[in-house]
Every structure is written in structure tokens, then in C-alpha cells.
Design a protein around this ligand. Structure first.
Ligand code: CU
Length: 113
């Protein structure tokens, strides 16, 4: 990102680059974690900002799961196994319910503000 630029206004340019970089970091999207354990999503409801990513981490001993936004018309993603995770980035605002494919009683909601 940072290139050494040598000219008469070199110092001002450096400061400008630094300020720009800091501004970008301020709006950097976050990754939030949802744990899957004992056939439950925790937290079951999560609020994120548009652009954020949610990572579902499987903390079971041996059970696989999936995170399926069935109501959005998406195909079911592959199952993932203990110590694996599934990630999804949310760019659109709204309320997005999901479920586990093999276990319909496992449900959760992502609220994007
Ligand atoms: Cu499941």
C-alpha cells in the first residue's frame, strides 16, 4: 500500500497516505462469530453492519451441520464438520433467517443494519 515517494511535498504526501489508511481502517468490515454446539446456534440472533461477515464455527464433538438461508432461495451449502467453519458476507440490509439443513429445528437470524 505504501510507496516511498520522494519529492518536495514528500512529508505532506506521507501524512495524507497515513490519514487515508486510518480512515479506511475505521470502516473496515468486521467478522463476527456464531458458535454451533449441542445443535444450537449461539447467538441465535446476531446484528451486523452491512459489509460484515459472519463465521459459523462448528464446535461439536462429531456432528456436522450447515447454514442454509433457505428463505432467500439459496441452495443449501455443504455441511461442515467439527472445527470447520462457514462464512458469509452480508452486503444488503435486512433480516435473514437461516436453518441447518439436516436439523430443521436449528434456526438463527442475521439482522443486517
Ligand atoms: Cu445441524
Amino acid at each position: 500500500m505504501r510507496h516511498p515517494i520522494i519529492n518536495r511535498s514528500g512529508k505532506a504526501l506521507w501524512l495524507w497516505i497515513l490519514a487515508s489508511t486510518m480512515q479506511i481502517e475505521n470502516v473496515t468490515a468486521a467478522t463476527l462469530e456464531v458458535t454451533i454446539q449441542k445443535y444450537q446456534f449461539t447467538p441465535a440472533q446476531i446484528s451486523v453492519q452491512a459489509g460484515d461477515t459472519v463465521r459459523w464455527v462448528n464446535r461439536e464433538k462429531r456432528q456436522y451441520h450447515s447454514v442454509w438461508f433457505e428463505a432467500s432461495g439459496e441452495p443449501e451449502p455443504p455441511y461442515f464438520f467439527p472445527d470447520e467453519w462457514y462464512e458469509k458476507t452480508f452486503n444488503d440490509k435486512g433480516t435473514f433467517p437461516y436453518r441447518c439443513g439436516p436439523h430443521p429445528e436449528m434456526t438463527g437470524v442475521v439482522e443486517v443494519k
